[in-house]
Design a protein around this ligand. Structure first.
Ligand code: DAH
Length: 351
């Protein structure tokens, strides 16, 4: 009897020592201590014995049970540790591998153009100013000398917001002139890029587009300063030293006198090219800031004068980068962006 139990103990100990994974170890546990397990059966058989035998065999079995339990716990710990270290080994990341540049994203030509224009004016001492996309009637129109019944209000195809406080989506970046002058006193030189909105949608208009506004106020500023500033800008932006720039008289309510600026161009193989070629292309509006606008902003027009200008970003980008369809800027077409977009790495020094 005792020999049989000794043999069983040995057998189980051997099995435990030979297992190399947690699953097998668990099977051994069931085989030994399960409902019909080897040890369980011996425990059950105790009831058939005399009291004397039962005491002796019971003690022996419990002894074996304790020993095997300890062995199972120890083996479980060892196998767990090897399993974890094997897993770590498998999932090891080689941090010494050299990195690859992640350059899948591209800069939209609109963003690129705004950065290029801003950079040129920055070199001339202009600071960047921003204003809200949701404007009110006063800043978008009234303070820019566009009164209630002025036809220019109809021309702007304004998106009005619901409610009776006449909130609207700004139709141009000119209100940033007013917002800046409410906060700061001249002299100042600002450039204000941003989104603008008009209820207009066809091949040459999108309801949302971008403008860049400029404002320069100081003592004794005159039209020749405006001409010099804009000519320098056009030539640097289009990278053409002898680019013809023409000032053509025009009308804007917020400037007097006002002008539209044309740059030289020509047709090459049905494509419009910028440069000295006998034709003209309009690229922006400008003028000397109107006395009424200065009055609205509480600036003494006898002391300070200045000029303002405004340009459409999409048009500049199309002309400089040969983009023919205005709507392609906003289609989020990855193929188009890969072709016309800019890599942040290539252009870092430009922006
Ligand atoms: N705000 C004008 C527009 O949207 C553009 C413009 C013209 C701005 C002349 C100016 C300016 O500051 O002087 O068409």
């Amino acid at each position: 009897m005792s020999e049989e139990l000794d043999n069983l103990e040995k057998q189980i100990e051997e099995k435990i020592s030979n297992t190399s994974n947690l699953n097998d170890l668990n099977s051994i546990r069931v085989e030994v201590f399960g409902k019909k397990g080897l040890i369980t059966n011996h425990l059950k058989s105790l009831s058939t014995l005399s009291e004397e035998e039962r005491k002796e065999k019971g003690k022996k079995i419990n002894n074996i049970k304790d020993k095997i339990n300890v062995l199972l716990i120890q083996k479980n710990k060892i196998l767990n540790e090897t399993e974890i270290s094997q897993k770590l080994q498998k999932e090891k990341v080689d941090i010494t591998l050299s990195s690859r540049p992640f350059n899948q994203g591209k800069i939209n030509p609109i963003t690129q153009t705004i950065a290029e224009v801003t950079k040129i004016f920055q070199k001339m001492g202009f600071e960047t100013a921003l204003g809200p996309d949701i404007e009110d009637d006063y800043h978008n129109f009234t303070a820019l000398n566009i009164p209630e019944e002025h036809p220019a209000r109809q021309l702007h195809d304004t998106f009005y917001l619901k409610g009776d406080n006449k909130k609207l989506l700004r139709t141009h970046t000119s209100p940033v002139q007013i917002r800046t002058l409410e906060k700061r006193k001249p002299p100042l030189k600002i450039i204000a890029p941003g989104r603008t909105y008009r209820a207009d949608s066809d091949t040459t208009h999108t309801p949302m587009f971008h403008q860049i506004e400029g404002l320069f106020l100081d003592k004794d500023v005159n039209m020749s300063h405006l001409k010099g500033c804009i000519m320098d800008f056009c030539r640097e932006f289009f990278e053409i030293n002898d680019l013809p720039v023409r000032f053509r008289p025009s009308f804007f309510p917020f400037t007097e006198p006002s002008a539209e600026i044309d740059i030289g161009c020509f047709k090459d193989n049905k494509q419009i090219k910028i440069g000295n070629g006998g034709s003209w292309l309009e690229i922006m509006g400008c003028g000397m800031v109107h006395k009424e606008v200065l009055n609205y902003c509480k600036v003494d027009h006898k002391k300070f004068q200045g000029f303002a200008f405004g340009m459409g970003v999409e048009r500049l980008a199309m002309l400089k980068y040969g983009i023919s369809d205005l709507r392609s800027f906003f289609n989020s077409d990855i193929k188009w962006l890969n072709n016309f977009g800019f890599s942040i790495f290539e252009n870092i020094e430009k922006i």
